[in-house]
Ligand binder design. Structure first.
Ligand code: GUN
Length: 314
């Protein structure tokens, strides 16, 4: 039986509709939530992501502003911008798009973001809240994966979950969220022995590596849920053929555009998995939807609406 396709666009639009309703109520009561996005330099992928984030704010009713300092910005200049955004009351969320230009000390900049406005959940205080199961702001992509599992009726408690990749943005936080939801979690990386064998133990397999089609059929137990976080551009003909030997629709895209977007999971996995996220249209749309809901959460916490160590005293 072919895998159930977990439709990220559908789930994201549900979350965004809920977010729009919450924003409407908050706006009627006085202030809409506000998000500031910082995009330094001209990374083409970052420009696409940020455009999507700002557009989603417009559609949700969230006030947004985009700051675009030049590529040669210094760490101190960026720190000054963050400090100013921390100070402004109408800004509830601050997102510093990564990667930053190489001369900037990214860790220092992320540490300067007010944890109460840290809608990416990258500040060490929010990382600590997550690992100690306190309320806080959780990174958007991992939070979106949990939403997708829950809204698709896929149980987490008691399951064996395997995460491939240990990044601060996806691998580590999704492992922590799965652990908090009572899965038995294994985190794999480039030094893991018998990677395919470890992955075959998974009821829930999360691939967040950044290598096109690396997870092949032999990594996946029949019936497992496979979450593909990868977003890789494939432009080489031989690589394209390895991934899409017999797919006229993708061949057409490849011919027209000279490249296709491919996840970390090989398409053949859909023949063995029980459920799988497509690329594109799987995890990607959820990241932006969760940014909307994190911005609302930050606004409510800052205004004292829900309990948190991050809430401002009234
Ligand atoms: N770059 C790639 N993914 C992300 C993300 O989720 N947040 C930020 N700020 N930058 C990114």
């Amino acid at each position: 039986m072919p895998a159930t396709i977990l439709d990220g666009n559908k789930i994201a639009s549900e979350i965004r509709a809920e977010a729009a309703a919450a924003v409407k109520a908050m706006s009627a009561a006085g202030l809409p939530p506000g998000l500031a996005v910082i995009l330094a330099g001209h990374n083409p992928a970052s420009e696409v992501y940020v455009r999507g984030k700002v557009k989603a704010c417009e559609e949700t009713g969230i006030y947004s502003e985009k700051h675009t300092p030049s590529t040669d910005i210094t760490t101190d200049e960026l720190l000054a911008l963050v400090t100013e955004l921390n100070r402004r009351d109408e800004i509830d969320g601050i997102l510093v798009q990564l990667p930053l230009p190489p001369q900037v000390d990214s860790k220092k900049v992320l540490l300067a973001v007010d944890p109460a406005k840290d809608v990416d959940g990258f500040h060490p205080m929010n990382v600590g809240f997550l690992s100690t199961q306190r309320p806080g702001l959780v990174p958007c992509t991992p939070a979106g994966i949990i939403e997708m599992l829950e809204r698709s009726g896929i149980k987490i408690a008691g399951k064996d979950a395997v995460v491939i990749g240990r990044s601060d943005i996806v691998g580590k936080p999704i492992a922590m969220l799965l652990l908090n939801a009572n899965a038995t979690v294994t985190v794999c990386h480039s030094k893991t022995r018998d990677l395919a064998g470890v992955c075959r133990r998974a009821d829930i397999l999360v691939a967040a590596i950044g290598r096109a089609g690396m997870v092949t059929r032999d990594f996946v137990r029949a019936g497992a849920t496979v979450i593909d976080v990868g977003m890789n551009r494939v432009s080489e003909a031989a690589e394209f053929k390895r991934l899409f030997a017999d797919n006229p629709k993708r061949e057409e895209t490849f011919r027209l555009r000279g490249a296709v977007l491919v996840g970390d999971v090989h398409p053949e996995v859909a023949e063995v998995a029980g459920a799988i996220t497509p690329v594109p249209g799987g995890v990607g749309p959820l990241t932006i939807a969760m940014l909307m809901s994190n911005t609302i959460k930050a606004a409510k916490m800052r205004r004292g609406g829900i309990g948190s160590g991050l809430a401002r005293p009234a």
